[in-house]
Ligand binder design. Structure first.
Ligand SMILES: O=c1[nH]c(=O)c2[nH]c(=O)[nH]c2[nH]1
Length: 290
């Protein structure tokens, strides 16, 4: 039996970079977390500890900071593409780069004062291969949404352990993780990622608010479908929707009724609804979701 090296990658995780752009008195802020993962001719380092092919993760971290200075940080997808192309293009031993960027939002409070925006985070993952294959997945996480009515859940399967009562009017709440894959004809990786993000996010919000929900699964599909129908540049959407349960509090001991007004917001356990919605003729995803 031979023992062989399987898939592997290495890189610098979580390089936190804050870029201030000074425009006189007025400053602009980009606050990001960058993860770099490289792969390629790494047989020798794993088998013999020969590091000749290994660009240190320390250099990768330095590149993130140097590029933030030299190029600024525009849309996170563009910054990730720049880094991924650089690593593959400048190191013959690096055949593939995965660059993931998270962006934390800051709300302007003055010419050079900012308040960190809520918990929501914008995300992207870019893959770039030396044969030219490039994929871009954009997304967001921790977008917390709630409908205080317009949600039911009944008619479900039952077994001997089922105690859940049918619900005809419940709170539906979730913290959305959504990622969407861009349709990228070769050589056309550039696009208005800011507008694409704004519109995809709006589609998710509109579909959540506008769907009368018989299950979170139905809402999930409606959210993905809305993005695909309105945004031709996107061919696949993946969603993770925790069902943030809100239980009605029993106020009868206090002689009070509770007509869907007072809830206990539980944090765990929670249902976790996950799904992919895509064009039936979507191009193959390649490394996009790795
Ligand atoms: O929208 C829902 N989907 C489920 O699959 C489920 N399961 C459950 O207990 N409550 C819910 N709600």
């Amino acid at each position: 039996m031979a023992v062989v090296l399987g898939p592997n990658r290495y890189g610098k995780a979580e390089t936190r970079v804050v870029r201030v752009t000074r425009d006189g008195e007025v400053h602009h802020l980009k606050d990001c977390n960058v993860g770099v993962s490289l792969s390629g001719a790494m047989e020798e380092v794993h088998r013999r500890g020969d590091n000749a092919a290994v660009l240190p993760t320390d250099s990768q971290k330095n590149t993130v900071y140097a590029f933030a200075k030299k190029h600024g940080i525009g849309e996170i997808e563009e910054f990730a593409l720049l880094l991924a192309r650089h690593f593959v293009g400048s190191q013959p031993t690096i055949h593939h780069a995965r660059v993931a960027v998270e962006e934390y939002g800051w709300e302007r409070r003055g010419p050079h004062s900012f308040a960190r925006s809520g918990g929501e985070v914008r995300t992207c993952v870019v893959h770039h291969d030396r044969d030219g294959a490039t994929t871009v997945v954009s997304g967001l996480r921790d977008l917390v949404l709630l409908n205080s009515t317009g949600s039911e859940f009944h008619g479900f399967a039952k077994d001997e352990y089922t105690t859940l009562p049918p619900a005809t009017d419940r709170v539906l709440a979730t913290a959305v993780t959504a990622r969407w894959r861009h349709l990228l004809p070769a050589g056309e990786e550039s696009r208005d990622y800011a507008e694409s993000y704004r519109q995809a996010r709006r589609c998710l919000l509109d579909a959540f608010a506008g769907t009368y929900s018989l299950s979170l699964q139905q809402t999930l599909f409606a959210m993905g479908e809305r993005v695909l129908r309105e945004r031709p540049e996107i061919c696949e959407v993946r969603l993770e929707l925790p069902n943030k349960h809100h239980f009605l509090v029993d106020l009868a001991p206090f002689g009070l009724d509770n007509d869907n007004e007072v809830y206990f917001a539980a944090d765990r356990p929670y249902g976790l609804i996950e799904g992919t919605v895509l064009h039936d003729d979507a191009t193959p995803a390649g490394a996009a979701w790795d």
